[in-house]
Each structure stands twice: as C-alpha cells, then as structure tokens.
Design a protein around this ligand. Structure first.
Ligand code: SF4
Length: 326
C-alpha cells in the first residue's frame, strides 16, 4: 500500500511539482549551500516571499566563502525583513566554521550537520534530503496536514505524531523528490481550506475525503502566546534626526538597530500611538513616546540618524513598523 501511495505521489509531482530557484526535479540539488540558505529562509516565511530574498542573497553571497568573509552588518541587511535575526547571525557563523573545518563544503552526514551553528534536526534532515537525496523524512505544516487527512486523524497532533506515518511513505532512493512532492501536494492541492481533492493522487485512499471531514483536519496543538508591553522613545533633535542604538548581547535582536525602549509591566493610562508585534512565543505592544534631544543623555551609545538614511541600518521588523509611524 505505502509503495503505491509513494509512486502515485511521485508521478503526480513529475507533472505538477512547483519550480523553485533552489530546487531541481529528479534528484538532489547540486549546490548544498543553496539548499541550506533556502531552508533557513523558508522557516521564516512563505515560498513566494523567499524567492526574492533567495535570489538577492545568492547574488550577494554566491558561495560559502563569500558569506564567511562578508561583514555581519551586510549579512543582517540582506536578511532584513525576514525576522528572527539570530538565524542570520548563525548562518554567518556557520559559514566561517565550514571554511575553517570543512574545507568550505557542507557535510552530507546528519551527525556532522548537527554539530554546526544554527543547524537543528529539521534543517539537517532537509539538507540530507534535498542536497544529498537521502531517504530523510521531513515534516512541516504541509506534510502534517496531508498525512493527518490521509489517515483521518481527528485528535490533536504534533510533528512527532506524524513522523512515523510520513516515514513509511519515504522511498529509499528518491528522498528529495518525495519530500518536495508531499510539500507541494499540501501547498497546492491539500490546502487548509477548499482542498482540491479531485486533483489529488491519493483521493482513493484518503480517509478524510471518504468521511468528508477534510477541513476539520488537522487539529494542531497550539501554545498560548504571552503578552508583553514596553515604552519606546522617539528622541528627535532640531535637525530632524532620531536617536537610534545598536543592540548588544546575544539575544534575538542582537546586532540590529532600534529606537531606545524598555519593557514595562503594562500599558500606561495615556493614549500614545503604539505598534504591536507577534514574536514566536510572545506578543509585544510598544507605546511610542516623543522626546526632545535632551533625553539623549540617558542613552550614551545612541547615534543621530536622519530618516532618509535609515536604510543603511538593519532594523528588525518591529522597528520598521515604528518607522512607518514616524
Ligand atoms: S483527497 Fe483531499 S483531503 Fe485527502 S489528501 Fe487528497 S487533497 Fe487532501
């Protein structure tokens, strides 16, 4: 049964699979570096958004050596807008390790990949699969939905619940095509709403279709997001410049630029304009409060920058929302 399903899916993929700049049909991608970069970017956002970022990135840093020798500031600028900047810093760090210890090449063994900065189990599996055509099982949101519907699973699920079912369908010698195929099926046919079941190669075996409960599946376990608050200081001098500073330390946004701000317990009672940003694990609401240049004394590391020069500084998405409100 699973072999039939796998073959049906691969045949469907050969006809209907999507074209992407980091993908080849019929086996592994010849450039593991391209696979690695696209995989990290795809963890941030949609395929449609990643295409432009990926093309720009590969022009700017065409290989591991170019990336390893680039300035971190340039790497962060190329990442600007994708969010979660720790990933960009880790990519840069990883490129340096690859140059120093791996002769500028990405290893093809999972255990070696897991030793590298910023490469966790999901990325290691993806690289083994897409760059080296190994029979690795990759489970993302699309795969979870397709497999849960195929088996008609109506209870709450997590990726580890789906893994063994997805693994059974993974072929030994066409790992890359199979993983691309199931992701494409989820993205284009077995969509969250209005799945196009009559175009699906698995329609005859699909429990959700038989029971007409496709849209009730999957039920994914969700973690509640915590709420956080803060006050952000828009300090402006009489030349129209704003005070910004670079974040230090190792946190999520380290190395990026921001307007000075601090966390507060709750919002003040005054009606300040505000911006809201949702991070992976929490939601942050910042009140925007204007000050004259004297307030700059509180921030000795700040620099004065005119809004027309903001594009020379990598800002996180949260701060770009602030800039749109200036
Ligand atoms: S038959 Fe419909 S619900 Fe079932 S896997 Fe295919 S597209 Fe998804």
């Amino acid at each position: 049964m699973s072999q039939n399903l796998t073959k049906q899916l691969l045949d469907w993929y050969a006809q209907n699979g999507r074209e992407m700049p980091w993908r080849v049909k019929g086996g592994a991608h010849p450039d593991a570096y391209a696979v690695w970069i696209s995989e990290i970017m795809l963890q941030q956002t949609t395929v449609a958004t990643v295409v432009d970022y990926f093309i720009r990135w590969m022009k700017k840093f065409p290989n591991i050596k170019a990336l390893a020798t680039a300035d971190l500031q340039d790497v962060l600028l190329a990442w600007q807008g994708l969010g979660y900047y720790t990933r960009a810093r880790k990519i840069h760090e990883c490129a340096k390790v690859l140059m120093e210890k791996y002769n500028g090449k990405i290893p093809n063994r999972r255990e070696e990949l897991l030793k590298l900065p910023g490469i966790g189990p999901y990325t290691a599996s993806s690289i083994c699969c897409f760059a080296f055509n190994q029979p690795e099982t990759v489970v993302d949101g699309n795969v979870m939905r397709v497999i849960a519907r195929l088996h008609g699973i109506t209870k709450e699920i997590t990726a580890p619940d789906i893994y063994p079912l997805a693994q059974k369908l993974t072929p030994q010698n066409q790992g890359a095509d199979y993983a691309s195929a199931i992701m494409d099926l989820g993205a284009t046919v077995c969509t969250p709403t209005n799945p196009k079941c009559n175009q699906c190669p698995w329609i005859k075996n699909c429990t959700a279709y038989k029971k007409r409960i496709q849209e009730k599946i999957p039920v994914i376990k969700k973690l509640a997001k915590k709420e956080k608050f803060g006050q952000l200081y828009l300090i402006q001098n009489n030349q129209g410049k704003y005070l910004i500073q670079q974040r230090s330390g190792k946190g999520l946004l380290a190395g990026l630029w921001e307007f000075p701000w601090e966390e507060t317990e709750k919002l003040s009672s005054q009606k300040y304009p505000h911006v809201v940003h949702v991070f992976t694990h929490f939601k942050l609401t910042l009140e925007l409060i204007r000050f004259s240049a004297e307030k700059a004394h509180d921030f000795p590391n700040g620099v004065w920058v005119h809004p027309k020069d903001f594009d020379k500084y990598p800002f996180p998405t949260l701060m770009k929302k602030v800039i749109r409100k200036l």
